[in-house]
Design a binder for this molecule. Structure first.
Ligand SMILES: [Zn+2]
Length: 100
């Protein structure tokens, strides 16, 4: 059996974390938590938001070149943009943790 109180506390915690450190991943989590408690129209809107954050998380570039700023979804040994070797590093940004 699911505890309503637990969801409310979890949701408030995630919301608090989001204020301190905004991230798409945190937003995604908050939407998921609220989705479980929502009904009808609110639920429909949350489903749209969740779809959006899912896409943001899936489409984001994971690596960026230190030399030219080239964005890549996968790690290249040589930058496709400026041809510098070993210049791509994981991105730490709005989306939260760097992708591994
Ligand atoms: Zn480059």
């Amino acid at each position: 059996m699911r505890k309503q109180q637990g969801d409310t506390v979890a949701s408030a915690f995630v919301a608090e974390q989001l204020k301190k450190k905004p991230s798409v991943r945190g937003l995604h989590r908050l939407i998921e938590l609220n989705l479980e408690r929502s009904r009808s129209e609110a639920r429909e809107n949350l489903l749209v938001l969740k779809e959006l954050t899912s896409r943001l998380l899936a489409n984001r570039p994971a690596y960026k070149c230190r030399q030219c700023g080239f964005n890549a979804k996968s790690l290249h040994w040589q930058c496709p943009g400026c041809k510098t070797w070993n210049s791509l590093k994981p991105i730490q940004s709005m989306e939260g943790e760097p992708s591994t």
